[in-house]
Design a protein around this ligand. Sequence first.
Ligand code: GDP
Ligand code: IMO
Ligand code: MG
Length: 434
Amino acid sequence: MANVTVIGAQWGDEGKGKIVDWLASRADAVVRFQGGHNAGHTLVVDGNVYKLSLLPSGIVRGTLSIIGNGVVLDPWALQAEIAKLEGQGVSVTTDNFAIADNCPLILPIHRELDGLREAAAGSGKIGTTGRGIGPAYEDKVGRRAIRVCDLAHLDGLGPMLDRLCAHHDALLAGFGAPPVDRAGLVASLREIAPFVLQFAEPVWSRLNKVKRAGKRILFEGAQGVLLDVDHGTYPFVTSSNTVSGTAASGSGLGPSATGFVLGIVKAYTTRVGAGPFPTELEDDTGERLGQRGHEFGTVTGRKRRCGWFDAVLVRQSCAISGVTGIALTKLDVLDGFETVKICTGYRLTGPDGADKVLDYLPSHAAEQASVVPIYEEMPGWEGTTAGARRWADLPAQAIKYISRVQELIDTPVALVSTSPEREDTILVRDPFAD
Ligand code: GDP
Ligand code: IMO
Ligand code: MG
């Protein structure tokens, strides 16, 4: 059995969707295991653009696509996404799509609370996607979530609603907002229930059968390690564990199923939302990276912050997530730069005024915000990597850049991506063959 787990190794938007779609041709099932519709993945196939948030990126090829229990599911967002994809000719049926019946739901009250909190935080806001992700995960661990399986038992929802509303009504009162409209909530759940329930099943069972049959499972992570609730730039993170280990708990398979861990790594760095970003470039170079890379969020349309490649962060992410190999994406965006820089360490001034050099990102938010990157500079390359499909097509200096990245992050390159198009991908080492 050779399974592959795809995770983002930076702050999300590394190009996971493109790589998962590419790998899905060789997988028997693709499973989302955390996050929700805060994710935004753009796939380009023969010029056709598909935007996915909640559906696993295998769905465009028709590969069996599963939403695992670790995801928080907004049923209305799911319905809209399926309708949009069907409009593009992608069929989503009970044959190729299933949802874990123990998956917690994102309700309108979660979205509302996300918005109220962000508005109240003013300049201290996290810059969430406003999708209700944090509040939904809070209710899950607070043991008051409504889950997919509850949609089949709405008549017995009373005691659960009491718990949920007692909590939310208190929070809403604190914001001066009216209490939860219980009747309205139940009515809208009743309306959406049949749509969701047609896909609901104990997916752990289906996945274990796939595993026992020796078939290949591709786990699709959302966000990135630096947004992980434990290992990321806390509190400027998302509310789930985005590391590779979550593939097991978020799908109902043991850790041995995780297989080859493929870290998706952008050839430079971006971040959307607030929080520390040591190599951020608030100058013409940052602007140029953003323009060349079309760095605007898929979900919220926000402009992504851009900066040079940070080898310290990616080395840390690869170590924390046990990354076996990386897919280096968006190399083409660096085409045409006279010089390129890589961050190899940080300088941090201690309380005594003395400088320390760090080879990791410290845990404390204030220290994360004050580290100063130490750069290594390399010449850029002449010619282009855009659209290259073979290693031999890459300019020699671009190969040197890739080699230096591998060396600094202590992790080999398995794939290189050179454009948004599915087939503009160079295979160096097959993750499924390991
Ligand atoms: P994800 O959230 O990790 O799936 O990434 P997004 O889809 O949010 O953002 C990545 C963006 O870069 C998308 O618009 C992709 O179409 C695009 N993309 C992916 N790989 C490449 C690449 O190698 N080169 C270029 N130029 N664009 C890419
Ligand atoms: P994909 O899967 C980039 C960021 C938000 C915010 C923080 C918390 O496309 O890589 P949340 O709504 O999750 O509570 O927001 O996390 N964020 C992402 N940034 N890519 C994503 O997903 C993201 N999902 C959440 O911008 O900073
Ligand atoms: Mg994205």
